[in-house]
Design a protein around this ligand. Structure first.
Ligand SMILES: [Zn+2]
Length: 107
């Protein structure tokens, strides 16, 4: 059975990390009732990695020595990382959630 998750997240954010662009879908966990400022979010889905030049989806391939090569099919932009796509997505997710936490701590 295929369960498709629609676009039912509260917000969509663009992020940058590891030399790529990412699209982040998240739900708002808490808002400031006075200013409507978002205080805490829960990231539900991360799309990417996308090329930083033209937003094409990067192609991942495994190389020897346990590295992962990412290449843009359009402009040829390349990066070799030790982390696979899935790990990168998790780190971007952590990053985004941490940023909102940081904002809250400083407000
Ligand atoms: Zn490209």
């Amino acid at each position: 059975m295929v369960i498709s998750i629609g676009n039912n997240y509260d917000l969509e954010a663009k992020a940058e990390g590891y030399g790529f662009k990412w699209k982040v879908h998240a739900d708002i966990k808490r808002k400031n009732p006075l200013t409507n400022e978002i205080l805490d979010i829960n990231v539900g889905m991360v799309d990417g990695p996308y090329c930083k030049n033209d937003y094409r989806k990067m192609k991942e391939s495994r190389t020897y020595f346990g590295r992962y090569k990412y290449k843009c099919p359009k402009c040829g932009y390349k990066r070799t990382l030790l982390k696979n796509c899935w790990t990168l997505e998790c780190e971007i997710e952590d990053d985004i959630e941490a940023k909102y936490r940081w904002t809250e701590a400083n407000s």
